[in-house]
Design a protein around this ligand. Structure first.
Ligand code: ADP
Ligand code: MG
Length: 642
């Protein structure tokens, strides 16, 4: 090659897909062959998005229309060439946009997602739903995909082509007017898609709700040839009416679901939806969906594709996060306002009182949809309906929990929706509601007890639970990261205080009988000197040493003072790189335990034994030892002395 002008892009370039795109393509082609026809849904969905984007950009720049504001999508096919073409006159793409949109996946967390794939095809195929399929689904049926596109306002077009194997080419091209053509050259054996009837029936099934008209050429019967022939004139094959503006009764479940896949960029059906028109000071229509599965980047707070905002049926923006509180960020759908100005910006949304009113209305809607699902879990008619709340909770429960602290106004409603693991159920599944717990409380029990820990097992086997097990008192087992946040914001439920079993002096109140109280008092007297000696040995490491009420089997445990931060929360904060105050624990010892009884008579190894009591209490609650090697050494010495 000789010199190419540096400022101009080369005529034809061959570029590699990002590694993750290659993996996605491979995964998709192998997992979706039984549901091939969805490629059309995805490409129509993109064409429709492109028209929406143009319409929105043109609000501030009429010139982008270039005299053609009649937005439409055309689907044609060519039997001889074995191609299907989807054309739109939407926003189009520049060369740079083509390279980044069709050669990379811009979602953050993509790399982590792909690194988690197991290599087991069936399992991995299942994950594709979390990722979405999009444009690349064209390769399920196409040997080659060609895109010819011209960005609105630009003179030059770009041609992109790939056979989905690892690379693509890109070169300058010609196109009359703005927009995009996606041309699929079908794989061997896919010829039955080359039929007007087949394509139309797929379009009706999946794309009827698309608001832009989708056109196909009319056909008529040719007596001489004895087959259908294309007549040349286009006709609209979808309803082309915004689904949410139609009456609920006229919309089938399937139509609601297909619309969800388009707005939600999802591949699976939603779990539930709610559709309503709100009238009054603010007029708007909401069509909101609860997905059936958390997307792989649920925890990415910057993630896109939530709520689409429309104003009087004009698309305004994706991911209008101001319309939904953060703890409901899993909700997808459309809000169409009658009152907001068309030139509304994100900044305006942030300040607007109208937006605040819409957000509050939508929040209440979503909460009542969740309440319905929760209600159906107990009174539902069929198993599918009954299982929905559990599915919701498994996927999004940890996100909803954030609401207890974030949304003071709806705290009570959210509290009722919470589900926890508990000593009653003894499985990792979070199924126990606070109301269930309260209904099961013992006579005289005026508190809701919980334990927080790093993992379910650490919570379940926590020594702090021993007395509760003995007395048959249920304890909630909290091991989600967000749980510390929940309990610091939710201090009571239906008049009963939420109390940590690892904090404070544990006053079991009426749950303790007189004999137990007496025994406790006498132990306190009897062990007074020993407690002092232990305290002197541990020195600065503890705030206090005292006789326990909590233990029946273990020799010792650590608790936090009532006012102090829990040890678990302090560890969480430190792990997150935040400054947590150094909280000194209280060491509680169990006078009935043989180790503790022996300690009374121990002289030579007293300090080592005390150190062991402290360290094992710390280990049992998931803490990290200051001197692990020293612990092991002392332990071995003790074992040898047995
Ligand atoms: P998604 O639609 O979820 O963003 P896709 O894989 O379907 O993901 O599409 C990738 C991107 O390619 C789109 O976000 C869009 O920027 C671009 N794109 C795809 N099809 C078109 C089209 N017909 N016109 C303009 N841009 C398009
Ligand atoms: Mg798409």
């Amino acid at each position: 090659m000789t010199t190419a002008a540096p400022e101009k892009a080369p005529a034809r370039e061959n570029l590699q897909f990002q590694a993750e795109v290659k993996q996605l393509l491979h995964l998709m082609i192998h997992s979706l062959y039984s549901n091939k026809e969805i490629f059309l849904r995805e490409l129509i969905s993109n064409a429709s998005d492109a028209c929406d984007k143009l319409r929105f950009e043109a609000l501030n720049n009429e010139a982008l229309y270039g005299g053609d504001s009649d937005l439409k999508i055309q689907v044609t096919y060519d039997k001889a060439a074995r191609t299907i073409t989807i054309s739109d006159n939407g926003i189009g793409m520049s060369r740079g946009e083509v390279i980044s949109n069709l050669g990379t996946i811009a979602k953050s967390g993509t790399r982590e997602f792909f690194s988690k794939l197991s290599g087991d095809q069936a399992k991995d195929a299942n994950l594709i739903g979390q990722f979405g399929v999009g444009f690349y689904s064209g390769f399920i049926v196409a040997q080659t995909l060609t895109v010819v596109t011209r960005r609105a306002g630009e003179a030059e077009a770009v041609r992109w082509e790939s056979s989905g194997e690892g690379d693509f080419t890109i070169e300058a091209a010609e196109r009359t007017g703005r927009g995009t053509d996606v041309i699929l050259t079908l794989r061997e054996g896919e010829d039955d898609f080359l039929s007007s009837w087949r394509l139309k029936s797929i379009l009706t099934k999946y794309s009827d709700h698309i608001t832009i008209p989708v056109l196909m050429k009319k056909e008529e019967w040719d007596k001489d040839k004895n087959e259908m022939v294309v007549q040349g004139e286009f006709e609209t094959v979808n309803q082309a009416k915004a689904l949410w503006t139609r009456a609920k009764n006229d919309i089938t479940e399937e139509q609601y679901h297909e619309f969800y896949k388009h707005v939600g960029h999802d591949y699976e059906d939603p779990l539930a939806y709610t559709h309503s028109r709100v009238e009054g000071r603010q007029e708007y229509t909401q069509l909101l969906y609860i997905p059936a599965r958390a997307p792989f980047d649920m925890w990415d707070r910057e993630r896109k594709h939530g709520i689409k905002l429309y104003v009087r049926r004009v698309f305004i923006m994706d991911d209008a996060e101001q319309l939904m509180p953060k703890y409901l960020r899993f909700v997808k759908g459309v809000i169409d306002s009658n009152d907001l100005p068309l030139n509304v910006s994100r900044e305006i949304l942030q300040e607007s009182r109208d937006v605040k009113a819409i957000r509050e209305g939508c929040t209440k809607r979503v909460l009542s949809t969740l309440e319905d699902l929760a209600e159906q879990a107990t009174s539902g008619e069929d198993d599918k309906q009954k299982a929905k709340y559990a599915t919701f909770w498994k996927e999004f429960g940890a996100v909803l929990k954030e609401g207890v602290g974030e949304d003071a106004g709806n705290k009570e409603r959210i509290a009722k929706l919470l589900r926890f693991a508990s000593t009653q159920a003894d499985t990792t599944d979070q199924t126990v509601s606070l109301a269930d717990y309260v209904a099961r409380t013992k006579e005289g029990q005026d508190k809701i007890y919980y334990v927080t820990a790093e993992t379910f097992l650490a919570a379940k086997n926590s020594p702090h639970l021993e007395v509760f097990r003995k007395k048959g008192i249920e304890v909630l087992l909290l091991s989600d990261r967000v749980d510390e946040w929940v309990v610091s914001n939710l201090t009571e439920f239906e008049g009963k205080a939420l109390v940590s079993v690892a904090k404070g002096g544990l006053d079991l109140g009426k749950l303790e009988d007189e004999a137990e109280k007496k025994e406790q008092e006498s132990a306190e007297g009897e062990y007074k000197d020993l407690l002092k000696k232990i305290q002197d040995t541990l020195g600065d490491k503890v705030k206090e040493v005292r006789v326990t009420h909590r233990l029946t089997e273990s020799p010792s445990c650590l608790v936090s003072d009532e006012q102090d931060m829990s040890a678990h929360l302090s560890r969480l904060l430190k792990a997150a790189g935040q400054n947590a105050p150094g909280v000194k624990p209280i060491l509680e010892i169990n006078p009935k335990h043989p180790l503790v009884q022996k300690l009374k008579y121990e002289e030579a190894h007293f300090a080592d034994w005390v150190s062991l009591l402290f360290d094992q209490a710390l280990l049992a609650e998931g803490g990290a030892l200051e001197d692990p090697a020293g612990f092991v050494k002392r332990m071995n010495q003790m074992l040898l002395a047995l």
